[in-house]
Design a protein around this ligand. Structure first.
Ligand SMILES: Nc1ncnc2c1ncn2[C@@H]1O[C@H](COP(=O)(O)OP(=O)(O)OP(=O)(O)O)[C@@H](O)[C@H]1O
Ligand SMILES: [Mg+2]
Length: 129
């Protein structure tokens, strides 16, 4: 995507309306699928992966999964990478742990990227590859 004056643009997509999501995916140079290690997110993954695959056949843009709200020491965090293997999408090494600061930042300017700084570095590497 080319945006005057900006180096990168992030398009967040809402749940529910697949036409909006499809428009965003078609415009994307890199598709990031945030996923929480929950049954609900995993249950949706088959549909998401199919949808992303269909768009990627048109654009060839890389797609990656970003694990968020990870809680150290839990079975869910330990097993999620293996659980997602059948979907065949690369999973970023960088993860976002569950953090109260992330939950409280809603509507505020963000000055400290926290763990998202590591995510950003890895995304830049994937985009440049
Ligand atoms: N407390 C938290 N710690 C770490 N990551 C969080 C926390 N709360 C939310 N996130 C992550 O931040 C991102 C945005 O959270 P949000 O609650 O807006 O979820 P969402 O999936 O975008 O929901 P919606 O469909 O309503 O837009 C998600 O990837 C979520 O996993
Ligand atoms: Mg959202």
């Amino acid at each position: 995507m080319r945006t005057a004056g900006a180096v990168h643009a992030i398009i967040d997509t809402p749940p529910g309306d697949l036409s909006i999501t499809k428009g965003a995916l078609l415009a994307a140079d890199l598709i990031v699928i945030p996923l929480q290690p929950t049954g609900a997110d995993v249950a949706q993954m088959a549909e998401t992966a199919d949808f992303v695959d269909a768009v990627r056949r048109e654009t060839g843009a890389p797609a990656v999964v970003l694990l968020t709200r990870m809680v150290k020491g839990t079975v869910a965090a330990r097993t999620i990478r293996e659980t997602l293997e059948p979907f065949g999408l690369p999973i970023l090494t960088a993860e976002v742990p569950q953090a109260q600061a992330v939950g409280m930042v809603y509507g505020q300017p963000v000055n400290d990227l926290g763990h998202y700084a590591t995510v950003l570095e890895e995304l830049k590497e994937v985009a440049a590859a």
